[in-house]
Design a protein around this ligand. Structure first.
Ligand code: UN1
Length: 496
């Protein structure tokens, strides 16, 4: 394969264009760092102004396009994503490292979103309700919000941009996407698809570059009405502070410290499969990744032995190789971060049962061994902080109650899981676990697009993405009263 770097431009007002300052950022193949996958233009504040201007202008007519007609463009996005699925998945594997089967899943999540929200174009239901007065009609309708700035991470370079963009668009908003600087090429292809789907100029805009500059410029900009961010808790806090000052709608999807409980009555083989997939899938680089295994004392020894055996057999390699089960971490900084956590774990007294080392190869790939830490107590940093790598900690529990207590003892609350055959415990867990997502007898990863996605506590700010819930982020309710009595009727007064 000849791998010429892909040139990635901004897409503003229906035109591909370089940033006004001429800056550039490279994206690399994390499996062989010397390979440059793309060279992206690096935007500054002037480009943010241009994108906001284009999006504001386009909003004036896009909000008036009937929702079923808006939805037809989304449907076309779904079809084009299907046509280019393999090409996008291959590029994604090269650009951020995930195994090709997972990359196909990422694109599929985008396709699912496109068709789901295309269907919404003929729903976007409001409600009618009776008025307390005679000859008066009452109903609710959804209104778009305006210009939405969407800041997305590198770990799901197609799925997350789709699950933010598409509900925003079907509701009648215009968008500015700021993709992660590690995955500009995936975003560029997605925008080729948006362009081909026929959105009018300015409805969809793409700003490539670094989040530090563009993120705060978008949060500060008076022409942006809503900001939706998936990223780290630190970035979330920074953006929230600016959006607070500028009175912007804000939807945050931040970190997780997700746990899987394995009770003594669990189907151990199933729990094992779940743990391996939840902890090491996408090299642990999912907000939903399993980073704590809470193991009942009766099964801990056997479960741990089997887990080690299976972890040893995992095939590590470039995502593009069909045999690879674990790809590299996304970049050298992430590799350093994960390494540092292993040192922290050792200093705190945890034992590395397997892994714990980066894998040095001559291609300078960012590979790190799948790692299992034992002897971990709930107060250790590795049991509390999001690592975002293939590292899982084992914590022993002696009862269901203790398991739930430890699972909930975290500042995050995204995903969670329990393996048990006991229906009563399953239902108690469903009720008592503090998280936005709970799986019974399934791993912590694998959310589907038609259900709400998001978390409690510091994982977010009370919003949910995906499913019907995303419509509540990207639209405002209006209550409408129609009085056909021909006279003034005073609520709470004239009917008493
Ligand atoms: C994320 O890691 O931010 O549930 C998203 C899952 C995927 C989405 C993860 N469908 O693991």
């Amino acid at each position: 394969m000849t791998n010429q770097p892909i040139s990635c431009l901004n897409y503003i007002g229906g035109k591909w264009q370089a940033s006004t300052n001429g800056g550039q950022i490279e994206s690399h193949n994390p499996a062989q760092w010397k390979e440059i996958v793309a060279i992206a233009t690096s935007s500054g504040r002037t480009d943010v102004d241009l994108a906001v201007q284009a999006a504001r202008e386009a909003y004036r007519h896009w909000r008036l396009v009937p929702a079923p007609a808006r939805a037809e463009k989304l449907f076309r996005v779904g079809e084009l994503l299907q046509q280019r699925k393999e090409e996008l998945a291959t590029l994604m594997s090269r650009e951020m490292g995930k195994p090709i089967t997972e990359a196909r899943g990422d694109v599929q999540e985008g396709i699912d979103c496109a068709f789901y929200y295309a269907g919404e174009g003929r729903r976007l239901f409001g409600q009618t309700m009776p008025s307390e007065l005679s000859n008066k009609f009452a109903m609710t309708v959804r209104m778009p919000i305006g210009v939405c700035a969407l800041i997305t991470p590198w770990n799901f370079p197609v799925a997350i941009p789709c699950w933010k963009s598409l509900p925003a668009l079907v509701c009648g908003n215009t968008i500015i996407l700021k993709p992660a600087k590690d995955t500009p090429a995936c975003a560029s292809i997605l925008f080729e698809i948006f362009a081909a789907a026929g959105f009018p100029p300015g409805v969809v805009n793409l700003l490539q570059g670094s989040g530090e500059v563009i993120g705060s410029a978008l949060a500060e900009h008076p022409g942006v009405d809503l900001l939706s961010l998936t990223g780290s808790s630190a970035t979330g806090a920074k953006v929230a502070e600016i959006c607070g000052r500028t009175h912007k709608r804000l939807c945050l999807e931040l970190g997780g410290k997700n746990a899987q409980i394995v009770m003594e009555d669990a189907n151990l083989e199933l729990a094992l499969e779940g743990a391996l997939w939840g902890a090491f899938g996408t090299t642990g680089q999912r907000c939903t990744a399993t980073s704590r295994l809470l193991l009942h004392s009766d099964i801990k020894a056997e479960f741990t032995a089997r887990l080690l055996e299976r972890t040893k057999q995992l095939k590590i390699g470039a995502g593009i190789e069909p045999s690879s089960e674990i790809g590299p971490l996304v970049n050298p900084a992430q590799l350093e971060r994960v390494k540092a956590y292993i040192d922290i774990a050792r200093n705190e007294g945890a034992q590395v049962l397997i892994g714990g080392e980066s894998i040095n190869n001559k291609e300078r790939g960012c590979f790190f061994q799948p790692t299992i830490l034992d002897g971990v107590t709930p107060t250790m940093r590795v049991a509390r902080e999001e690592i975002f790598g293939p590292v899982v900690v084992l914590i022993e529990v002696t009862s269901f109650e203790e398991a739930i207590e430890i699972l909930n003892d975290t500042s995050y609350g995204l995903s969670s899981s329990i393996y048990t055959q006991d229906i009563n415990r399953a239902f108690q867990a469903m009720r008592d676990i503090e998280a936005g997502i709970t799986y019974i007898n399934g791993p912590t990863i694998g959310a589907e697009v038609h259900l709400p996605f998001g978390g409690v506590k510091q994982t977010g700010n009370g919003h949910r993405e995906a499913g019907n819930a995303a419509l509540d982020v990207f639209s405002d309710w209006k209550s409408v009263y129609i009085d056909f009595s021909g006279k003034l009727q005073r609520a709470q007064i004239d009917n008493r």
